[in-house]
Write a protein that binds this ligand. Structure first.
Ligand code: GMT
Length: 375
């Protein structure tokens, strides 16, 4: 049994989901888990005797223009490392979490090992900034072990940051107890979707990198040939622009803006196809969530997406911005029941074979064992 601290961004996002689910699954295997975050991770909605939560509190002294969150986090990490005698502190994102963890390791008396998982945005967005670049490289090189969620992210990290550190790939996973296809025909009815209409779904935080306009243009072309509805889940900076585009294309009655939702697997269960046409995506956890619910996916040839979608077998890969091809693949699939069934079955098998939570959690446990034993 190990005592493991976990730090992640606790708000909605794939990295927060992975960190929380990993903590819960490790607790089920007998490890003691200490979440050290600024608020309760949103997926931490179950009690467990081996799961603890330590909140990072911000102090608002008038002398500070900005409350020093990173220092408060490092202080809390050091306090928990010593009090709970943590073996491992597993941080998600190098910036700022790995940096805070390194500082905490220096402050603490107890010997703790730091494992950092890279999720993408710190490398693919912040890594371009020369100031952050040095900081991220430091966070990576001073960690005891580093993982990334795809081969693509490892290559990008080495290329962009010129880091001198072994980075192992540990793919993302989903909680299979939550993500599976459910028989819920009533949901379609509740949302005013006719039984013979196909459902195309997109889930994201509506940031610019998600290219929501490409999703809408693709669906625009699909809707001319297939009786269908587009479900958009999530909220973010591009929400209003997306709303305007739907209006401009006169698609209002075919597009459902559902905002942030909790029971994603219920909505995936009524979906026939998932679109993720981002310009950056280190993995695309939402693709795996869809595949676990037997929904084939169309994704762009960027980052880790081709490591998740097997072209022609579990979905299709298109070049960035190629909404013509995305629509063509979607139309062909949605018009062919047999092919749709084949791809949805393949999607489930692929998710189980390559991304099963049991296997992925084993990989993290092996990594923790190596880190603790080898030092
Ligand atoms: O995509 C986002 O904007 C959210 C971000 C996050 O912190 O959850 O996602 C990143 O990490 C996910 C979990 O590993 C990956 O599935 C996403 O592909 C990755 N996003 C990007 O690389 C843009």
């Amino acid at each position: 049994m190990k005592k493991i601290g976990i730090t992640c961004y606790p708000t909605v996002g794939g990295s927060g989901v992975i960190a929380t689910e990993l903590g819960m699954l490790l607790a089920e295997r007998g490890h003691e888990i200490h979440f050290i975050t600024s608020s309760l991770p949103f997926r931490l909605n179950q009690i467990h005797p081996k799961v603890f939560y330590h909140e990072v509190e911000l102090t608002h002294y008038p002398v500070f223009q900005y409350p020093p969150y990173d220092l408060a986090l490092a202080t809390k990490m050091a306090e928990v490392i010593d009090r709970e005698e943590l073996d491992i502190l597993h941080v998600h994102y190098a910036m700022p979490h790995a940096i805070c963890a390194i500082l905490a390791r220096d402050i603490a008396q107890h010997n703790v090992k730091i494992v950092t998982t890279l999720h993408g945005t710190d490398i693919t967005v912040l890594g371009f900034d020369p100031t952050f670049k040095k900081m991220i490289r430091y966070g990576i090189e001073k960690s005891d072990a580093v993982t990334a969620v795809s081969n693509s992210l490892v290559n990008q990290t080495i290329e962009m940051l010129e880091v001198n550190k072994e980075i192992s790939v540990i793919y993302n996973f989903v909680n299979e107890k939550e993500y599976y296809k459910k028989e819920l025909p009533s949901i379609k009815k509740q949302y005013g979707i006719k039984p013979d209409e196909k459902v195309v779904i997109h889930i994201s935080n509506f940031r610019k990198v998600k290219r929501i306009e490409d999703i809408i243009y693709t669906f625009y072309k699909v809707s001319k040939r297939v009786r269908s509805k587009l479900i958009l889940i999530g909220d973010g900076p591009e929400f209003s622009a997306a709303f305007q585009l739907v209006k401009q294309l006169k698609l209002e009655s075919n597009v459902l803006f559902l905002g942030k939702q909790k029971n994603i697997s219920d909505l995936l269960s009524i979906s026939d196809l998932k679109l993720l046409l981002s310009e950056k995506e280190s993995f695309g956890l939402v693709l795996l969530e869809a595949m676990a619910c037997q929904v084939p996916c169309i994704g762009t040839n960027v980052g880790g997406v081709p490591e998740v979608i097997n072209h022609g077998e579990t979905g299709f890969i298109v070049e960035l911005g190629d909404t013509e091809s995305a629509a063509e693949y979607a139309i062909q699939l949605l018009q062919n029941e047999e092919e749709l069934e084949r791809l949805s079955q393949n999607a489930l098998h692929h998710a189980k074979k390559y991304f099963h939570s049991k296997e992925i959690v084993n990989q993290y446990i092996t990594l923790y064992d190596n880190v603790v034993d080898n030092f």
